[in-house]
Ligand binder design. Sequence first.
Ligand SMILES: [Zn+2]
Length: 379
Amino acid sequence: MSARNGLNGRMTLENRPFDERKTLVIAGQSIPLGETRELQLPFDETYLGEPVSLPIYVMRAPQPGPRVFLTGTLHGDELNGMGIIRELLYGDPLQLIRGSLILIPVINIHGLERHSRYMPDRRDPNRCFPGLARGSQTSRMAHAIFTEVVKQCDYGIDFHSAAVRRVNYPNVRAYTRNPRTRMLAEAFGCELIVNNQGPQGSLRRSAVQAGVPSIILEAGEVWKIEPTVVEIGVRGVLNVLRTVGMLQGEPRKPPFQLIVTKTTWVRAPMGGILDFHARPGDLVRRNECLATMSSIFGQEQSSLLAPVDGIVLGMTTMPAVKPGGPVYHLAALSRRNVQQAQHYLKNGERHGMFGRVRRELTSAMAFREHESETHETKS
Ligand SMILES: [Zn+2]
């Protein structure tokens, strides 16, 4: 790891000179070292002209150091991020030894109120960064967050969940060609890191472009706070804070970690009912049957085969599809990556936290072993 240096081998790269990081002003309030504050950042107004503000929680260690932001529920229906940040606040107290942590549990307050991913002006808030002071409603909100929080930080983690009627196996998405972003992604400690820049206008892409390495965690489903997703999110944040020297202790590594550059969707060739054979997190081999499609009276119509060797990143939660409907999202693996994953996934099973999340994410869904080839290809 070329960019590691100093302080017992921890990541110590910071954006700002040392004396600048003693002062931190957000929403017009100065937060001294060693203090914790709840702030309100005004970003909008109601039809009645009342201000609408974003709740921000700031924790500062007695010593200056890196600044890390955590953001949740940027998409107003994705609640796992809010759950992760709340657990960080109400779980075991964080004893920061240096640096500052800036928490925004819910960015899209309007979306949360309306059970919607979007903002009231129908824009996707994760396509409007870095925003404009005199832009649209969403663009102004993005601008407020970007100037008041993101640009003052050294690292950022934004929490997301799968789109409606889908579920994601926890994976980090990061632009790994940026060395500091790659370190951040690796430090978080998920098994899978999907390398891409993120969509134009996304918070993390804009942050990386502004010199603030940022990643997202994609995990779980909308409208839920899932216990194993919260566990993975909290562990990831603690791993990062330990890696950058803000918390004591050693980061916990996943059993294996792969950087994936290609992902692919397996789509239904026709309308029908699905019998699922693979779960999120499963290692699947090329031409393995992922799901069987049948008519409403059970006549088998088609098998959905894996087009590549891969790990299931996400899947539909709805067992009925139309032609072209997305069923499985696969992270394509190289031969070497397959060998590495196989080495740790004896009989396709995982142990510990990653095993629990694999089992619990889809525990209320029906899965059936595929009769042929499944076992021999998984051995
Ligand atoms: Zn999202």
